[in-house]
Design a protein around this ligand. Structure first.
Ligand SMILES: Nc1nc2c(ncn2[C@@H]2O[C@H](COP(=O)(O)OP(=O)(O)OP(=O)(O)O)[C@@H](O)[C@H]2O)c(=O)[nH]1
Ligand SMILES: [Mg+2]
Length: 490
């Protein structure tokens, strides 16, 4: 059978299908029953070619629709070093544009917050486990309580809190962390969709620990959608029950001025660290505890991998209908994974945690965190692939910066070039903003000299819902403006 004949086979079926109904119009269009074989063949060929043209037009329209749809979405990358606040920013976008997501995940945050709490308590107890002869109880004098008495008291407290300390490994296991994992690094590992192999199109979407918890809860026979139904509140083995039973000892520990004096002497500023919940014992160390939005924003889970989140905020006809936000892991080992996402990113939200000027990277203790932020920012500004992207800078953790400066931590001790300018929040914030703008202008000018876009800078505390949502409004307008300019709609 020749190729031609095969081509002709299809129109025969077509004609039969097209003209077999009793529709009056069909009857008019029905071929002449007396047509010659040549006429028939010519008609079928014409029909076939018409069908091909129609299919081509359909395909063109389909591609246009896809392109249009593609044009109607903006891609935003959240970038910055680890603990800069990327995932917290993402949670704020969820709260604003898809609050049902955080609602659905609310209970999954419970073990994370419990773990954050347990880790803080362990760090306090470790701080107290120093050589007894090195410390004396301040303000009480050695006569009020001997050093040995003091330490035996904390040893006793530690013993009473041992069920709580044991919870650390139980919770880590529940969250799916490897056995040798440092729990300060409870992590959110994104896992690929089925069939994914780690390339750009194989988008990583799921948070492994949440999936894991969902599965284990299902296996334990969770019932309806009500929050109360999904926690084994009455189960004595539930972390909430154990923490709740330890609450009096926890409160005694945290209310003791001696504990705070030892922590201050050992420079353990726990209140400034991520996932600090000890001030909320009264509310959290309860078996019926359910995390609030604010708790979820303050919970610490380290991100590994890249996760994609789609939002459809209210929009006008001209604005992008869909916002795709990528959250990434910020440790040095994670950064190479960002690159495949650069190419079509409309905007970068770069987070620089400005309170970290006196801290070092967890992954490299020799590197100052502020210096790392500057270096990383420079690297982003220099990227050829990102030259079309708008860059929005969040000078984040502004609340912690202010608290630190107010507590007397000197900025110029860490950043010598700051000189004798005032050790005050506004002056430091302006100085930092100036430095980032300088870097931006210098590198952007080299990469795309004709780009007149400025760096959009916001001073943020992304754990604060009200101020962050107001800033998001601004961010949204900036991105839409650049988007419309790029798509030449204005
Ligand atoms: N006080 C305060 N805490 C913040 C702020 N932003 C983030 N945090 C807290 O800092 C911790 C780290 O924030 P994340 O959002 O997890 O940091 P990340 O950039 O996603 O970190 P990686 O996933 O490791 O890359 C969390 O416990 C947050 O609640 C802020 O502006 N102020
Ligand atoms: Mg993260």
């Amino acid at each position: 059978m020749s190729v031609q004949t095969r081509r002709m086979d299809r129109p025969v079926e077509l004609s039969e299908r097209y003209y077999s109904s009793d529709d009056p119009l069909d009857r008019v269009l029905r071929p002449d029953p007396h047509e010659t074989p040549d006429q028939r063949s010519a008609r079928l060929m014409a029909e076939f070619e018409a069908k091909q043209r129609s299919d081509a037009i359909d395909e063109m329209l389909r591609q246009e629709r896809v392109a249009q749809k593609k044009k109607k979405e903006v891609k935003i990358l959240l970038l910055g070093q680890s603990e800069s606040g990327k995932s917290t920013t993402l949670k704020q976008f969820q709260l604003l544009w898809a609050p049902n997501i955080l609602d659905a995940e609310r209970l999954y945050w419970r073990p994370v917050i419990f773990l954050n709490l347990v880790v803080s308590v362990r760090r306090i107890l470790e701080c107290l486990s120093v050589r007894p002869d090195e410390e004396a109880r301040p303000g009480t004098g050695s006569s009020a309580m001997s050093v040995e008495e003091t330490y035996s008291r904390y040893a006793e407290l530690k013993l009473k809190l041992s069920p709580l300390l044991q919870l650390e490994s139980v919770l880590l296991n529940e969250l799916g962390a490897p056995a040798d994992f440092d729990s300060a690094n409870v992590y959110d590992r994104t896992s690929p969709l089925p069939g994914a192999s780690g390339h750009k199109r194989d988008i990583l979407v799921r948070m492994e620990w949440q999936e894991r918890l969902a599965k284990s809860k299902a296996a334990r026979g969770s019932r309806g959608p009500g929050l109360g139904d999904r926690v084994a509140f009455a189960d004595p083995g539930d972390a909430g029950a154990i923490i709740s039973a330890c609450r009096p000892e926890l409160q005694r520990l945290w209310d003791d001025p001696f504990v705070h004096a030892v922590m201050a002497r050992r420079k353990l500023r726990l209140e400034e660290s991520s996932g600090f919940f000890v001030n909320d014992l009264n509310r959290i160390a309860r078996y019926e505890y359910i995390p609030t939005d604010e708790d979820i924003l303050r919970a610490r889970v380290r991100t590994i991998g890249v996760s994609e989140h789609r939002f459809t905020p209210p929009s006008t006809e001209r604005e992008p209908a869909e916002w795709v936000i990528y959250d990434v892991g910020g440790t040095r080992g994670q950064r190479p994974k960002w690159v495949p996402y650069f190419e079509d990113a409309q905007a970068i939200i770069f987070l620089a945690p400005v309170s970290a000027f006196d801290q070092f990277l967890a992954e490299d203790r020799k590197v100052n965190r502020l210096a790392d932020s500057f270096q990383l920012f420079e690297h982003i500004c220099k990227q050829e692939l990102l030259k079309g992207s708008s860059i929005i800078l969040f000078l984040n953790k502004a609340d912690l910066l202010k608290a630190k400066l107010d507590a007397g931590v000197r900025f110029n001790k860490w950043i010598e070039r700051y000189g004798d300018r005032p050790n005050e929040f506004e002056a430091v914030a302006n100085y930092l903003k100036g430095k980032f703008v300088e870097l931006y202008k210098f590198h952007r000018n080299k990469v795309s000299p004709r780009d007149s876009r400025e760096l959009y800078v916001h001073l943020t505390s992304v754990v604060d819902i009200r101020t962050t949502h107001a800033i998001f409004q601004d961010v949204k307008e900036t991105i839409i403006r650049d988007y419309l300019r790029n798509t030449k709609l204005i």
